[in-house]
Design a protein around this ligand. Structure first.
Ligand code: BT5
Length: 276
């Protein structure tokens, strides 16, 4: 974990101004560069940071995806982590990754940018060249991802670190390494990182305020389902040396994906999905 990080004062001031109007997201640590905002959030969590503490960085040297895969970013992209603690955590943990995903969909829709979701945690946009076979999901490209890391102490959930990465700037170096990656600037050349963050943080804060509404879980699930591009498609799932294929037909309340293969139903808890 980086020890010698510098605060990005101008960016910090802009984020602080956004947080002034919010209820739960109250404190932010905004850096030039970190190894990973999730790593830094874990450090703050160990130092008793309160629920709603935010970490942002303009660059990451060791950004992470799931299963220790690497997450690449360029200056101007979004990398953020939010420390969440009980009771400000949905009782159904499956909602932990759905919540930032649908919040980002809503935030970008408010800026007239349409992104979709790829199960379980990718933010995607349509590509512009339908002829390139990408073995990802049809003609869609990945513009963002979510990484949830839960912290347990004494058999109890002490915190959840909610990490969100979003590609804003066009980044040819990234597309070379990840052919199915894209960036929001390609859809909207005028996109503004701060406007995206303002929308995202405001929407996320509002959602947290609704955590105790009786229909909260149902509304997150149905927002997720409605925005999930995986559903309806014929997909292949790879997980731990196993391959399962079928039509994606539903998302269950525990976050699993239901595949229909002839008369069989497969319930997929985790895995990487590709589809046409
Ligand atoms: C994810 O993992 O998609 C979760 C990414 C979470 C990143 C955020 S940034 C802030 C916070 N701090 C961190 O260190 N992480 C979080 P996964 O589904 O495992 O996808 C990882 C895969 O996406 C890689 O193996 C690449 O193929 C691809 N990839 C890497 N960088 C990408 C990018 N910038 N855009 C699109 N795809 C990328």
């Amino acid at each position: 974990v980086t020890k010698s990080h510098t605060i990005d004062r101008e960016f910090q001031r802009q984020i602080d101004e956004i947080l002034l109007g919010l209820c739960h997201l109250k404190t932010a640590f905004v850096y030039d560069s970190l190894s990973s905002t999730n790593d830094h959030a874990h450090l703050l969590e160990q130092e008793q940071a309160t629920s709603g503490t935010l970490v942002l960085a303009s660059r990451q040297t060791q950004g992470r995806g799931r299963l220790n895969r690497s997450w690449l970013m360029a200056e101007g992209d979004i990398a953020l982590s939010i420390i969440m603690r009980p009771p400000f955590i949905p009782r159904n943990w499956a909602l932990l990754s759905m919540l930032p995903a649908i919040t980002m969909v809503e935030a970008l829709a408010n800026l007239s940018i349409c992104v979709r979701l790829k199960w379980p945690n990718d933010l995607i946009i349509p590509g512009d060249d339908p002829k390139v076979p990408l073995s990802y999901l049809g003609n869609y490209r990945k513009v963002g991802g979510i990484l949830i890391e839960n912290v347990f102490r004494n058999n109890q959930m002490a915190a959840s670190i909610v990490g969100v990465g979003l590609n804003i700037t066009a980044n040819p170096k990234l597309y070379e390494q990840v052919p199915h990656a894209s960036s929001l600037q390609i859809l909207d050349p005028a996109i503004d990182r701060l406007a995206v963050l303002r929308q995202f943080l405001t929407c996320f804060d509002q959602k947290l305020m609704c955590l105790n509404n009786p229909d909260f879980e149902q509304s997150i699930l149905s927002d997720y389902t409605n925005n999930c591009e995986t559903l309806g498609r014929f997909v292949v799932v790879n997980h731990a040396d196993k391959t399962i294929s079928g039509q994606a037909v539903a998302i269950k309340p525990d976050g699993s994906l239901v595949l229909q293969d002839g008369t069989f139903q497969h319930i997929i808890l985790a895995g990487d999905v590709t589809g046409t």
